[in-house]
Design a protein around this ligand. Structure first.
Ligand SMILES: [Zn+2]
Length: 349
């Protein structure tokens, strides 16, 4: 076995070209393939690293991400004259979508309470897993008569798939851009297959991929308490309105876990925008997340949480900015280059 190594620049370019070909040339009769690519990219951030090594993903984990991706999409879409669930398939509604819809109704739209019901949750994920294993997994890398097996080889490994060396590296390095491409192609598919419903719609994409409103409303009071009524960023008191902000911005990685949420002035929130926060904020955030009883409070109001997953995503996000020599947000319109301390701050537990 040779040591893993990061892919060379020309290998990375080749990867991007192949990925683009999958989306441009692949035939899509359902949105499963988009969900699959999205899920694989998400899992590379959560479970992979930057060594260039191969990565084995469990199809169960992929299926979990499927459910999470389809969850907001099964709400009936309301157009001016009618409302219906968007079609995700050229023929009858995709089976996964029907199953997720039933669960969505049963749990009143709360993904958190569904996940709490471990037996039911596992049952649905297993059934989605079977669909993933027979359908998109072995078909997504066929474009026309060509086989483009650059993500993994089409061999049955039981309940897992083994990503080729370099794949996790590239999906992590180009995550925002690739997810943007996947969501764009996915939205386009939906737009094409729901012409009547979507005639006048402009903001389809935020309906499909936007953050769950309920998730952001639930923690408002809790966070006000934890932050003693002060803005997380500028630490000045919050008089009236407060925004629940994703510390690691939603646009960089859709992380709706409790530890990622902070309360901020609408002005501070909007100035921070899609930037990562500077080290002093990061330090306070890591400290805040150690607040005792935080997990129990999240559970009390039904917010999902995982400090481990949150910190992994944070380390990935800061690592990407570090590699790109990017800047972070300090306050107002002030930015500064990311220093070297973030790594050590995130390593503190
Ligand atoms: Zn503020």
């Amino acid at each position: 076995m040779s040591q893993p190594r990061p892919p060379s620049p020309s290998e990375q370019l080749e990867f991007l070209r192949s990925f683009q070909r999958l989306l441009d040339e692949g035939s899509f009769v359902a949105t499963y393939k988009f969900a699959l690519l999205h899920a694989i990219a998400d899992l590379c951030v959560l479970q992979g690293d930057d060594s260039g090594a191969a990565l084995e993903l469990a199809t169960f984990d992929i299926a979990e991400h499927f459910v999470r991706l389809y969850w907001p999409q099964v709400i009936p879409f309301m157009a001016s004259e009618e409302e219906a669930v968007l079609r995700q398939n050229t023929g009858r509604q995709a089976q996964v979508v029907r199953a997720v819809r039933e669960a969505h109704e049963h749990y009143d739209g709360s993904l958190a309470s569904f996940r709490h019901d471990v037996a039911e949750w596992t049952h649905l994920v297993r059934s989605v897993q079977r669909t993933v294993e027979v359908m998109p997994l072995w078909k997504v890398q066929t474009v026309g008569s060509d086989r483009l097996e650059f993500l993994y080889s089409n061999q049955d490994h039981g309940h897992s798939v083994r990503l080729e060396p370099g794949v996790a590296y590239c999906l992590r390095a180009f995550y925002p851009m690739l997810v943007d491409m996947i969501e764009g192609a996915w939205s386009h598919f939906i737009q094409r297959h729901n012409p009547r419903l979507l005639k006048q719609v402009t903001d389809l994409r935020s309906f499909l991929f936007g953050s769950e409103r309920a998730v952001l409303d639930a923690p408002r009071f809790l966070l006000r308490d934890v932050q003693e009524g002060r803005c997380f960023y500028c630490t000045r008191p919050i008089a009236a309105r407060a925004d629940v902000d994703h510390f690691i911005p939603w646009r960089r990685y859709p992380l709706d876990l409790g530890h990622n949420l902070v309360l901020a002035h609408p002005a501070c929130n909007s100035k921070k925008s899609d930037l990562l926060a500077a080290e002093e904020h990061l330090e306070r955030w890591v400290e805040r997340n150690r607040t005792s009883g935080l997990e129990a409070s999240f559970e009390g109001v039904g917010i999902r949480h995982s400090l481990t997953a949150t910190l992994r995503v944070a380390a990935w996000a800061y690592g990407q900015v570090h590699k790109a020599g990017g800047q972070v947000w300090v306050a107002g319109t002030e930015l500064r280059p990311l220093g070297v301390r973030w790594d050590e701050v995130l390593a503190r537990r």
